[in-house]
Design a protein around this ligand. Structure first.
Ligand SMILES: NC(=O)c1ccc[n+]([C@@H]2O[C@H](COP(=O)([O-])OP(=O)(O)OC[C@H]3O[C@@H](n4cnc5c(N)ncnc54)[C@H](OP(=O)(O)O)[C@@H]3O)[C@@H](O)[C@H]2O)c1
Length: 335
């Protein structure tokens, strides 16, 4: 009897022990999966690149970030940042907390941006990626072919936003032909949303008609304190198309501005932060760029500044029609 009882006890404890072993095993596997596999589109064991493992922000923190038309209001721009400059810049922007990255076929850094995003260890669905189709790729079949190339370089299945970088240069291609190709890219699920860049009032109105049910998520244009681009801004705001302000620091020209400096000291901020906060208060998405870590962090803090109405009036007064992007490839800008 005693023996049987001892045996039953032993069996009982063995079952408990076995159960715990299984539980621990499942837990360990889950942790391993969470830490390594789920954070990378490619298993790290197949990669020889650096894994940085930046913190994820998580749904709650992300939900608190301001958005315009569903897009995170502050992004990081990567124009003129080739190779490692784009790679490091994107990693610093992500480290600062920014989850919106702007690139383009024409920047020739999509693979560096993709590499930084993968190496950050941040889940893909926490990061908004915009890329743009270059106007030299508007020929028959080229929009689809080069969009696929962009996704491969970025190492993603789809981007969050795909833009037409410019209208066709000197009308080399008819609008209908590249808009219909662009619609195919969207319909194929290669971009979660689509938009345009450097489109004027007549072009955007025509594009809306051509796209039918499909929505234009943004028009990305040059906007900064010195060129607030009222005609296209007012039109897009009227028809419900958000604007993304590119060159929001006027490519560095705002540095040292006395009015910005004067406003900045009231908010314990820098003039550059005020220039960005102004554009955000006007309802625009902003995508400043810097190759310096401390500036990337400082620019990203601009989203915490709330300007008073009287300071907004003062900053609107900085308008001086200083258009920086105005080459022979540009459309006839709205005035
Ligand atoms: N769709 C289009 O056609 C188009 C055209 C142009 C730009 N974009 C997009 O917009 C993004 C931003 O525009 P952008 O690069 O032309 O100009 P930007 O962001 O207005 O200015 C960038 C310049 O400002 C300097 N800078 C940045 N932060 C600073 C700070 N806190 N203090 C002092 N200087 C600072 C940078 O120098 P350091 O690097 O030395 O910090 C750089 O020279 C581009 O990267 C690109 O993604 C789109």
């Amino acid at each position: 009897m005693l023996d049987l009882k001892a045996q039953n006890n032993l069996e009982f404890w063995m079952r408990v022990f076995e159960f715990d072993c299984k539980k621990i095993g499942v837990l360990v596997n889950l942790i391993l999966y969470q830490t390594f596999i789920s954070r990378h589109s490619n298993p790290i064991f197949n990669r020889c690149t650096k894994i940085v493992q930046l913190d994820t922000i998580g749904g709650w923190e992300m939900a608190k970030e301001k958005r315009v038309g569903g897009i995170l209001q502050m992004g990081y721009g990567t124009w003129n940042r080739p190779g490692d400059e784009a790679y490091n810049g994107v990693l610093w922007a992500l480290e600062a907390g920014c989850r919106h990255i702007d690139t383009a076929q024409g920047y020739e850094n999509e693979s560096d941006v993709g590499r930084a995003i993968a190496d950050s260890g941040i889940p893909r669905d926490e990061i908004h990626i915009t890329t743009k189709i270059a106007p030299e790729n508007f020929g028959a079949g080229e929009v689809m072919r080069t969009s696929k190339e962009s996704l491969e370089k970025l190492n993603v299945g789809s981007v969050d936003l795909m833009l037409l970088h410019w209208p066709a240069i000197k009308n080399e291609y008819p609008l209908e032909s590249y808009i219909s190709q662009f619609a195919e890219v969207y319909d194929a699920g290669m971009a979660k949303s689509i938009g345009v860049s450097n489109f004027t009032i007549p072009l955007i109105d025509e594009t809306i008609k051509l796209l039918g049910e499909r929505k234009i998520a943004v028009n990305q244009c040059e906007i900064h304190v010195y060129m607030q681009n009222r005609p296209i801004v007012d039109h897009c705001q009227k028809i419900g198309v958000p604007m993304t302000a590119y060159s929001p620091l006027a490519r560095g020209a705002v540095v040292g501005d006395p009015v910005l400096a004067d406003v900045a000291q009231k908010y314990d901020a820098t003039g550059e932060q005020i220039a960005l906060a102004f554009l955000m208060a006007e309802g625009h998405i902003v995508i400043p760029s810097s190759g310096k870590k401390e500036r990337i962090f400082s620019n990203y803090e601009a989203r915490n500044i709330t300007l008073s109405e009287s300071d907004m009036t003062k900053l609107r007064g900085l308008e001086k029609g200083m258009r920086l992007v105005n080459g022979d490839w540009c459309p006839l800008w709205d005035v």
